[in-house]
Design a protein around this ligand. Structure first.
Ligand SMILES: *Cc1c(COP(=O)(O)O)cnc(C)c1O
Length: 398
């Protein structure tokens, strides 16, 4: 079958929950992807902030192949070495104390919410606790994660979701205080909002939220699923501010493509929340997924991935600023590290489609923002290559 026939087959078999770009991707090499007709694309999406290490990383691939030949899955009723090694390493890089591995980001959020509710339940025995989430946040598509996602369009058809969620605004502590009651058990937020428009929390806001949580014994849950894993130039974005969460979620780049996420907590929450029988998963943290996590964390250290982000990100910012200056239709550059966005005064779909035709993969965040979340191994030359195509696309399209 040729590419067009495969696309038609897909549209008749897959549930239409995505408006897909009209290419069938076949293989990857470094920061380039190839479609099944052999066309080459510079990838500034990385599977949405997933493939940090670049495609075809030999050390990563070899580690997975070796684990496949040993054992792929056992059960969480038994110990396995990759999970223990992965847990040890993620504790080290995050400074958190206890980890639960999941299969996805949304599932990590579900676990975080359960842990927070259980913590509050153990304190006062009541079952009507509230959680504060932020407008324009994104935490995933399952019922619990959706309930704390600050986009009414995503939520509406699926109501009632879990109840007792109140929404406040990013970087506005008064709006958070306005939603606070004596039932509040947790505040959940992304350290840098991703889907909602590449909006970093300010240092001041994070510190104010942390102080509020400390004062009231409320748990701070930081969702680092998109902004974590080195993307901001810190392993976890909160480390830049020294504002430590009580519970943290991570996924996306954690397994670099093998589906895995995790929620982590401090010892205090670990000792006062979920116990045997409270939470579980069949696949979560299986030997294959954890072999991926273990190798990813190894390679982050060995290949100095975060140093590369710190070197290339300012260059990307500078080049995006120049593009912004050049075009009146671009209102703002947003974001931090290798998690950037350009806000346009109109929908960006045509620019992204044109870029694809010219061999550049980009993605939106909302209708009017072009998002840049490339593999963390990109170089300044890749940035130049991307900017040249982007410039031509905007020139032609808008
Ligand atoms: C992608 C994302 C999620 C959901 O992760 P899935 O693996 O798609 O379930 C949750 N929170 C944030 C911040 C994300 O970017």
């Amino acid at each position: 079958m040729n590419m067009q026939e495969y696309i038609e087959e897909a549209e008749s078999a897959l549930l239409h929950t995505y408006n897909r770009y009209q290419i069938v991707l076949d293989r990857g090499e470094g920061v380039y992807l190839y479609d099944m007709e052999g066309r080459k694309y510079l990838d500034f999406v990385a599977g949405i902030a997933v493939f940090a290490l670049g495609y075809g990383n030999k050390a990563y691939n070899d580690a997975l192949k070796a684990q496949i030949d040993k054992v792929i899955h056992t059960s969480n009723y038994y110990y396995n070495v990759p999970a223990i090694e992965a847990a040890k390493k993620i504790k080290k890089v995050s400074g958190m104390d206890r980890v639960f591995f999941t299969n996805s980001g949304a599932e990590a959020v579900e676990g975080a919410l359960k842990a927070a509710r259980k913590y509050a339940y153990l304190k006062d025995g009541s079952t009507d606790h509230e959680i504060i989430a932020l407008n324009h946040s994104f935490h995933g598509r399952t019922m619990g994660a959706l309930a704390v996602t600050g986009n009414p369009k995503y939520r509406e058809a699926f109501e009632p979701l879990i109840g007792n969620i109140r929404f406040a605004d990013m970087n506005d502590i008064d709006s958070v205080k306005a939603q606070l009651t004596d039932k509040t058990c947790a505040i959940i937020m992304e350290t840098v909002q991703g889907e909602g428009g590449l909006v970093p929390a300010t240092e001041r806001f994070l510190k104010e939220v942390r102080a509020l949580c400390d004062e009231k014994d409320i748990l701070l849950i930081l969702d680092e699923i998109q902004c974590g894993m080195g993307r901001t130039g810190y392993m976890y974005a909160w480390q830049k501010y020294g504002v430590k969460p009580d519970i943290m979620t991570t996924a996306k780049a954690l397994g670099c493509g093998v589906p895995v996420g995790a929620f982590l907590m401090t010892e205090k929450v670990g000792q006062n929340s979920l116990v045997a029988g409270d939470h579980g998963t069949t696949y979560g943290g299986n030997p294959l997924a954890c072999a991926a996590v273990e190798k990813v964390l190894d390679l982050f250290e060995k290949d100095h991935i975060i140093d590369n982000v710190r070197e290339v990100a300012p260059y990307l910012e500078e080049k995006l600023n120049l593009i912004q200056d050049k075009y009146d239709c671009i209102l703002e550059r947003r974001g931090t590290g290798l998690m950037q966005g350009l806000l346009f005064d109109r929908p960006v779909g045509p620019v992204i489609n044109n870029a694809l035709k010219k061999g550049l993969i980009l993605i939106n965040a909302g209708a009017n923002i072009v998002r840049f979340v490339p593999p963390l191994v990109i170089t300044k030359e890749h940035v130049d290559e991307m900017i040249a195509i982007l410039d031509a696309c905007i020139e032609e399209t808008l």
